[in-house]
Ligand binder design. Structure first.
Ligand code: NAD
Length: 473
């Protein structure tokens, strides 16, 4: 049983002013594995004050100094990779295969940011003016539970690269992972107050950061509903806001696709991170003429997918993070059936032979129409919908008929044809015949999937603001 009773403010591990405790679970066993003492509004205020004090000196550091700091942070987090993996599996339930990627990603986002910073020109000329890109100030970084360390490090990397100081509010459900990351980041020896980490509830600590007049920038990853609340709160003090929100990503399988490759890829896109991924490809659009063939291939492929013990290297779908998330997924499976969708794989309940843990069955519905609830709402679990289309125009129409626009996938034997389809899809990222991530490319959503972009130069500029000086050139 781990007791986490410290938060990180002004370069030190301190006891929170908040006194409430929150239980931490192993989702594979439902056992309580720890307790975290939560920060409150007073702690959020103290963290913002520390970041504000640190900002004047930090914002004037040179590019070289910040590259050096980012690389020290990178090395420290990389050295904690094994401990982080263990926590990701135990506290979050990610299968080891996925967990390793997540643990590594937490350190690579820091070195990626150092590379971007190295190539970035902070001053440029515009007509007769000299334009400099200035750090915004104190950044409030609010992150979800589905990739705790990666989001903490990714947002922090961009904020620090820009010269901002930070207050991070991770999800209270990921406190063990947060502790490992915080200890690693602390060991890099950055000046006190440059980053502060206050684990607490969203409606207390998160809301305080979102409203705080000394916070200039908010970068939030989480649900669309909370994103809208944050945007409303931020309006009061005109904070700059980056929102990375939910998705209902289409996987457009073109009629020339080779199903031997397309079906495994589509299922991986849908079931990634046990379905708890904002970028999961949850609407699979299949040509009507090849629907039966596609369904048969899906049934055969899902039978090969192992759902269960996250420590088993063959497992690709682990448990849901919480009882609440498990219930939510079960409810959507019931809704799909009630709305008349046809279950071709999986279904309600736990996988065969699994008696406890928040495990769900990798589930695929066919005969789904795009107006059904399971095709419109983000389920955040391994529940996929196959939607048949008549022709490519119809596929594009269905792909875009959603309030989301985070990511999309196009699968085809003809890359040029897939590229043409990709240009028509309203999404921040379109992946053609691949699931690969590109850290240099912007990431973020169209429509209600968010505002702004992360990663690369675009992600860095989200923490900067241009200032023009005239008469000096
Ligand atoms: P959530 O919106 O419930 O919580 C996210 C964070 O916001 C948590 O730290 C939470 O404590 C905090 N929060 C909650 N209420 C708040 C408030 N009123 N003010 C300030 N902060 C508040 O999301 P979650 O359940 O932790 O994560 C799942 C969601 O995140 C899904 O919708 C998923 O699509 C989304 N997500 C998006 C991306 C992306 O990059 N677009 C990535 C991962 C997850």
């Amino acid at each position: 049983m781990q007791i986490i009773d410290k938060i990180y403010i002004d370069g030190a591990f301190v006891t929170p002013h908040g006194e409430a405790f929150f239980d931490l679970y192993n989702p594979a066993t439902e056992a309580v594995i720890g307790r975290v003492r939560l920060a409150d509004e007073a702690d959020a205020n103290a963290a913002v004050a520390a970041a504000k004090r640190a900002f004047p000196a930090f914002s004037r550091t040179t590019k070289a100094a910040r590259i050096d700091m980012l690389m020290r942070l990178h090395e420290a987090v990389a050295a904690s990779e094994d401990a982080l993996l263990e926590a990701i599996v135990e506290e979050y339930g990610a299968p080891v295969s996925r967990g390793r990627w997540m643990a590594r990603h937490a350190s690579s986002v820091l070195s990626d940011a150092a590379k971007v910073l190295d190539g970035y020109a902070f001053t440029r000329r515009a007509g007769t003016a000299e334009v400099s890109m200035e750090p915004l100030g104190v950044a409030g970084l609010i992150t979800p539970w589905n990739s705790d360390a990666g989001f903490i490090c990714g947002k922090l990397a961009a904020a620090l690269a820009a010269g901002c100081t930070a207050v991070i509010k991770p999800s209270e459900m990921s406190a063990i992972q947060t502790r490992i990351v915080t200890e690693a980041l602390h060991s890099a020896g950055l000046p006190p107050g440059v980053f502060n980490i206050v684990t607490g509830r969203g409606d207390t600590v998160g809301a305080r950061i979102a409203a705080h007049p000394d916070v200039a920038k908010l970068s939030f990853t989480g649900s669309t509903a909370v994103g809208k609340t944050i945007l409303r709160t931020a309006a009061e003090t005109l904070k700059r806001v980056t929102l990375e929100l939910g998705g209902k990503s289409p996987v457009v399988v073109l009629d020339d696709a080779n199903f031997e490759e397309a079906v495994p890829l589509a299922l991986q896109a849908g079931f990634m991170n046990s379905g708890q991924a904002c970028i999961a490809g949850t609407r699979i659009l299949v040509p009507q003429a090849r629907l039966a063939e596609f369904e048969a291939a899906v049934v055969a492929e899902v039978a090969k997918i192992q759902a269960g013990d996250p420590r088993d290297a063959r497992t690709s779908v682990g448990p849901m993070v919480s009882a609440k998330q498990w219930e939510r997924v079960q409810r959507y499976i019931r809704i799909g059936t009630d709305d008349g969708a046809r279950l071709i794989a999986g279904g309600a309940g736990r996988p065969e032979g699994v008696g406890s843990g928040w495990f769900v069955r990798p589930t695929v519905f066919s005969g789904v129409t795009n107006d059904m609830t399971i095709a419109r709402e983000e389920i955040f679990g391994p529940v996929l919908s196959i939607i048949a289309y008549r022709d490519t125009e119809h596929a594009i129409e269905i792909a875009n008929d959603t309030s989301y626009g985070l990511q999309a996938y196009v699968l085809s034997a003809d890359v040029e044809r897939a590229r043409r389809v990709a240009t028509r899809i309203e999404a921040g990222r379109v992946l053609v015949n691949t699931l690969a991530h590109e850290p240099a490319a912007p990431f973020g959503g169209f429509k209600q999937s968010g505002i702004g972009r992360e990663y690369g130069t675009f992600g860095l500029e989200a923490f900067l603001e241009p200032k023009s000086v005239l008469g000096v050139l």
